[in-house]
Design a protein around this ligand. Structure first.
Ligand code: SF4
Length: 91
């Protein structure tokens, strides 16, 4: 299961993300090219756009299920909210 604590820094904020377990196999980029792309320098995938349509969301879910090392998570949005809440409490 993907761990949001290990989320790659290139992921855009939001629900879906790739963590550092990615083995650069190309499945997610092939399944959902509108949302996943490759960091050529480091050799892994990340979410460059969160899904905006029902079809994109379905493809992201498909990619999540198909990832051979379970490096894709779908609980990133909650993490972002938690961070914002924490920052508000700090000030
Ligand atoms: S399917 Fe999983 S292991 Fe393969 S490139 Fe995407 S995130 Fe990485």
């Amino acid at each position: 299961m993907a761990d949001k604590a290990d989320k790659l820094p290139e992921n855009v904020p939001g629900k879906y993300y790739v963590d550092d377990q990615c083995i650069d196999c190309d499945v997610c980029r092939d399944t959902s090219p509108a949302n996943f792309t490759r960091d050529d320098e480091n050799g892994y995938s990340y979410v460059w756009k969160q899904p905006e349509t029902a079809e994109e969301k379905e493809l992201c879910e498909e990619a999540l299920m198909a990832c051979p090392v379970e490096a894709i998570g779908d609980d990133g949005a909650k993490a972002e909210e938690d961070v914002e809440e924490l920052e508000l409490l700090t000030f």
